[in-house]
Design a protein around this ligand. Structure first.
Ligand SMILES: Cc1cc2nc3c(=O)[nH]c(=O)nc-3n(C[C@H](O)[C@H](O)[C@H](O)COP(=O)(O)O)c2cc1C
Length: 177
């Protein structure tokens, strides 16, 4: 039986929620990436990284790169959380933007997260305002799907977190453990 470690990084709770939903489905250990110390991964065979997408970037990729040597021989899976509707073009875009070089072979999955403008930190609210200002002046059809999502969500409070986004990842896990 392969041992599974779930490492999550979450600013507004959606990735934490997905991590906890995964934990319910899988015999596994869950840990906030902020509590991770090199060596914690030693006894695990599969690492599932869960985190949000901010301005196109899967935030936990920073730690995957930083500690890559520790995760090198493990089966690595990333579950990215964002606002855009899920489709194959979106996954390709996220993959292209985040998983190059050493990270090329990592399996990528995706689920929709949450957004509540009233709860954003000052920095994030400012960043969103700037991004929206820039995006509004561009031709809408030329926008990447993740950017379109940010424009469409303006001023709203949404929570799209749903178990069904985990199904493809759980199927992969079933085939390897
Ligand atoms: C400043 C900011 C930038 C964001 N950029 C994107 C983005 O580029 N693409 C996307 O799909 N979602 C984007 N989002 C939405 C987040 O990915 C979404 O809220 C997700 O649920 C965050 O996960 P977390 O709460 O676990 O951190 C952004 C949200 C904020 C606040």
């Amino acid at each position: 039986m392969k041992k599974i470690l779930i490492l999550y990084k979450s600013k507004y709770g959606a990735s934490k929620q997905y991590g906890e939903l995964l934990k319910k489905e899988l015999d596994s250990t869950i840990m906030n990436i902020n509590d991770y110390h090199p060596g914690d991964e030693k006894s695990y065979d599969v690492i599932i990284f869960v985190s949000g997408i901010y301005a196109g970037n899967i935030t936990i990729v920073k730690e995957v790169k930083k500690y890559f040597a520790n995760f090198k021989d493990k089966k690595k899976i990333i579950f990215a959380v964002g606002l855009s509707k899920k489709d194959s073009a979106l996954l390709e875009e996220i993959e292209r933007q985040n998983l190059s070089g050493d990270l090329n072979n990592i399996d990528l999955f995706y689920g929709r997260g949450n957004y509540d403008e009233s709860k954003l930190s000052f920095v994030d609210r400012t960043l969103c305002k700037i991004m929206k200002k820039v995006l509004k002046n561009k031709d809408r059809d030329s926008l990447e799907p993740t950017m379109k999502a940010l424009l469409e969500i303006e001023g709203q409070k949404v929570n799209y977190v749903d178990n069904h986004y985990l199904i493809p990842l759980l199927e992969l896990i079933k085939s390897i453990v």
